[in-house]
Design a protein around this ligand. Structure first.
Ligand SMILES: NC(=O)c1ccc[n+]([C@@H]2O[C@H](COP(=O)([O-])OP(=O)(O)OC[C@H]3O[C@@H](n4cnc5c(N)ncnc54)[C@H](O)[C@@H]3O)[C@@H](O)[C@H]2O)c1
Length: 193
């Protein structure tokens, strides 16, 4: 174990969780120490694939693997309980988008992060991609004048998990809050001021 690398566990290791595991391998400041999934078979499978132990609960994983942070990639209705549990255990939380289903849930997550003095971050990968970076440069340079309106179009396929919701969890957050648009890979049309 290297002491200057952040010890991270990935919670929810389906499609996106596997992507987190792959990308974490490329980050030299990070060390993946465990995976968690409610599906024991999935936890074991991903654990074997990435050479780390698999667990079915955050508490058991935290006690055994001693991570400093978790990367949460469960379906969105499970983001709130996973984040609250991890924060309660003193772990920093990086969470897939949408952060949660309802604004009130986001408020609870933010309050818990402040109370436990831990960092809560949401996945916004499109902000780091070329179209968004170029658009930011163009706007910051003032080349478009004062913006009055920006139209953004997210080009791509949204997985079912982002656009629907578990029974009783409220409307699909993509429809309710435009989560994809806020972090979108965009084409934008800007009105001049
Ligand atoms: N950033 C992006 O571009 C992007 C793209 C796709 C999905 N997502 C987000 O990633 C998240 C996961 O989506 P996915 O497509 O990988 O889903 P998925 O169904 O492929 O995987 C989810 C995994 O979480 C596990 N799980 C469910 N409840 C759990 C819990 N309480 N604790 C631990 N594990 C649990 C499931 O067993 C499953 O293995 C969603 O929030 C989705 O919106 C983001």
């Amino acid at each position: 174990m290297s002491s200057n690398r952040v010890r991270i566990a990935v919670v929810g290791v389906g499609g996106m969780g596997a992507a987190h595991l792959r990308f974490l391998k490329e980050i030299k400041e990070a060390e993946t120490v465990a995976v968690v999934d409610v599906d024991a078979g999935m936890a074991a499978k991903r654990g074997a694939e990435f050479g780390v132990p698999g667990f079915t609960s955050i508490a058991a994983m935290a006690a055994a693997a001693r991570p400093q942070a978790v990367s949460v990639a469960t379906p969105h209705p499970a983001h709130l309980p996973a984040a609250l549990e991890a924060l309660r255990l003193g772990l920093h939380v990086f969470c897939e988008k949408p952060l949660c289903s309802l604004v009130g849930e986001a408020d609870r997550m933010i309050a818990a992060a402040r109370r436990h003095r831990r960092i809560l971050g949401e996945m916004f990968q499109y902000r780091a991609q070329t179209p968004a970076l170029r658009a930011k440069e163009v706007v910051a340079a003032g080349r478009l004048g004062r913006l009055l309106r920006v139209n953004m179009v997210h080009v791509g396929r949204a997985p079912r998990s982002t656009t629907t919701s578990a029974p009783g969890a409220g409307p699909g957050p993509a429809r309710a809050a435009g989560c994809c648009s806020t972090s979108a890979r965009t084409t934008s049309t800007c009105s001049r001021g």
